[in-house]
Write a protein that binds this ligand. Structure first.
Ligand code: NDP
Ligand code: MN
Length: 388
């Protein structure tokens, strides 16, 4: 018998439900009267969410300063500008409204406000020694799980080269997460698909991670099940609030699961496709997922085959247990989830090898991975996925 033995900690208070955005004022005022709002450049404004948030704050007597310049895959320059404004206005807490980009930018801005520069000293795991100002996270995509995770991803730009850097620390966990599925109704098909596939990869990676525990596995499994059922519906019928609600819930579950286990090599491999070729984060994971699945399958075959019926209802047992055939089923599911085109990248052998080397050197992610992959195997995943 497997021994049940785990530690599980979640520091974020979660508020979930339709119309919850309107209640944000009551939650924010616990943390002070001077909020600093961090959001993206246009969607929150255009869709009226920012206005709803502002009214909710005004209703509770909370003043605010707005920073609405966060770009997708935010840069260090952007968060530096935000932190200067935060200090100038002497704000006392942060409210982030948007996709993973504004949420992560808010976390890192908070870090810059509370800890000395340079930011680079905090890259990696557990390098932060002080709390950031209280953070209320309000996601408008159903994908990253950033509203509960201790992770933030930031892009470092040096000599026009973009590098994604991850900072992991319990100090980056938001105090409060407000999840209002209504906010995801306007997501266009491509964003629904890309962000939903991000959540799926969190759930799968957490489930197969060497760090998985009884509890994290149960949570990840439920996330895979819900994504299997509802992501194709949300892609087909964007106004289906039941599908949207379940996707936001599943993305939260997947986020909770990775707080305990971290991601695997798949996330590490996807980052370069985003920074060098502009492929959206979730899609980058999805593009690599089938080949990644096939090569890792022998590391924990029971786990991989257990996931299949959630994503392909009528899968015969023989194909569930076969690395290649089950990987093909994952590909079919991704297709139904809106990932219909393979990216045609102008990428050469040397670049693929450089990406593969970088991934192979990522000891932390490799330690989470079901198998210890060789450089050749990682190269194969890239090549197969990119049609080379
Ligand atoms: P982004 O936050 O980058 O947003 C992508 C686009 O979606 C933007 O143009 C944004 O507009 C738009 N958008 C956001 N919400 C809506 C909406 N409700 N309706 C219509 N359009 C909308 O996308 P993601 O959520 O995928 O976040 C990706 C980032 O998160 C990456 O940097 C990734 O590395 C990171 N990440 C972080 C994790 C973590 O644990 N911290 C885990 C996984 C990924 P606008 O710009 O106007 O706001
Ligand atoms: Mn992700």
């Amino acid at each position: 018998m497997l021994e049940i033995d785990f530690t599980f900690h979640l520091s974020t208070r979660i508020h979930f439900g339709l119309g919850r955005l309107k209640k944000a004022g009551k939650i924010a005022k616990i943390y002070g009267r001077k909020a600093f709002l961090v959001t993206g450049k246009s969607s929150a404004k255009k869709l009226g969410f920012l206005q709803t948030l502002k009214e909710a704050l005004e209703g509770e007597g909370v003043e605010y300063t707005t920073f609405d310049k966060v770009e997708p895959n935010p840069s260090i320059q952007t968060v530096e500008a935000a932190s200067r404004l935060f200090k100038e206005r002497s704000c006392d807490h942060i409210i982030a409204l948007g996709g993973g980009s504004p949420l992560d930018a808010a976390k890192i801005m908070g870090l810059l406000v509370s800890s000395p520069p340079p930011l680079s000293q905090y890259f990696g795991k557990d390098k932060i020694e002080k709390s950031i100002p209280p953070l209320v996270a309000i996601p408008t995509t159903a994908g990253t799980g950033s509203e509960v995770t201790p992770y933030a991803v930031i892009t470092e730009i040096k000599n026009s080269e973009h590098t994604k850097r991850v900072i992991a620390s319990p100090y980056l966990c938001p105090e409060e997460a407000i999840l209002d599925p209504e906010l995801t109704l306007p997501l266009p098909v491509s964003l629904t698909s890309d962000t939903g596939v991000d959540a799926l990869s969190h759930a799968i990676e957490s489930y197969i991670s060497k760090k998985a525990s009884f509890l994290s596995e149960a949570i990840a499994l439920e996330a895979v099940k819900l994504i299997g059922q509802y992501l194709p519906v949300a892609v087909k019928s964007p106004q289906d609030i039941e599908a949207r609600s379940h996707m936001m819930y599943a993305s939260l579950l997947a986020g909770v699961a990775i707080t305990q286990t971290g991601a695997t090599l798949l996330h590490g491999m996807g980052y370069r496709l985003t920074s060098d070729f502009g492929i959206p984060h979730g899609k980058a994971n999805g593009v690599l997922l089938p080949a990644f699945w096939e090569i890792n399958f022998p590391g924990c075959p029971e786990k991989f085959s257990r996931l299949i019926p959630y994503l392909e209802e009528n899968a015969p047992l023989s194909s569930r247990q076969d690395p290649e055939r089950s990987a093909h089923m994952i590909k079919n599911f991704l297709h139904r989830a809106g990932l219909t085109e393979e990216p045609k990248l102008n990428i050469n052998e040397d670049t693929i090898l450089e990406f593969a080397r970088e991934a192979a050197e990522n000891k932390r992610r490799m330690a989470n991975n079901p198998r210890n992959l060789s450089l050749e195997e990682i190269t194969t995943i890239y090549k197969k996925s990119l049609g080379r």
